[in-house]
Design a protein around this ligand. Sequence first.
Ligand SMILES: [Zn+2]
Length: 104
Amino acid sequence: MSQRIDAAFIIEREQPQQCDFCGAIAELRPYGPNGEAICFPCGMKNETAAKEQFRKRLGTAKKPKRRKRQPSQKHMDDVSREMELEYERQFPPESGSVSSGGKP
Ligand SMILES: [Zn+2]
């Protein structure tokens, strides 16, 4: 029994093993209701449990190494700054303060 505890299990390709549930030889994920190593189809059969395991694993993992779609803080900052600039372009501060009198 060699279970990986770190988060690398998400991206690491492991040797095909026998599924605890259906017995198929496949690439297994530790997404069984009790952390069993199961194949993808079995994981999808009980998606709720799989997600629960997934969440649990992420919670215990110190450094989740997910390669795809990692919204880093820097990226979010870039996006918000980009939006601010776009906003200022659309609504320049000067033209906005002109109508302070309230007359139509
Ligand atoms: Zn299976």
